[in-house]
Design a protein around this ligand. Sequence first.
Ligand code: GDP
Ligand code: MG
Length: 175
Amino acid sequence: MKPLVAIVGRPNVGKSTFFNRMIGERVAIVEDMPGTTRDRLYGDTDWNGREFTLIDTGGLELGSGIPVGQVGLTGQPGDLMDHVMSQAQLAIEEADVIIFMVDARSGITAADDEVADLLRRSTKPVVVAANKADNAERRLDVVEFYGLGLGEPTDISSIQGTGTGDLLDRIVEAL
Ligand code: GDP
Ligand code: MG
């Protein structure tokens, strides 16, 4: 089995956009878990000759039939945030490296802090990817994400494809 790299983070930060850029049509497995249909997408890829399996968590979190409750303190609907946290916990258990994706446009949110707290308590390597850093100004702003306490953030734009090479370098170094 290839090493597992899981992408975690709150909804809408761009996890699936990054996953699709990396995996494209090569989505290998769609795993059905009880209570959450087609929740995690798996795809094999490689970088600098290192092969690994990338996991997109929360694949169908919106419009998936998962009941969405009231908006909680994190600004995310309660059930949705439970879902994000359980995906982060699963990643801690099974992944070899975790990509913690955040949104460079919004800065650190309460939901990001909650996920970061969980990740800091694990011993698994975490690489912080500040996505949507689409221009020079946004790339400078990502230093804010040092505040998550998970090391140096890597700025990427999953739409433009910038920064993804640096992120992948860091991922394979941590494998
Ligand atoms: P997920 O919920 O974390 O899987 O996020 P998605 O991949 O579905 O993306 C959420 C939204 O952010 C979509 O409208 C994407 O087009 C947009 N998005 C993703 N990556 C980027 C990026 O690098 N820059 C910008 N500006 N938007 C992005
Ligand atoms: Mg998604």
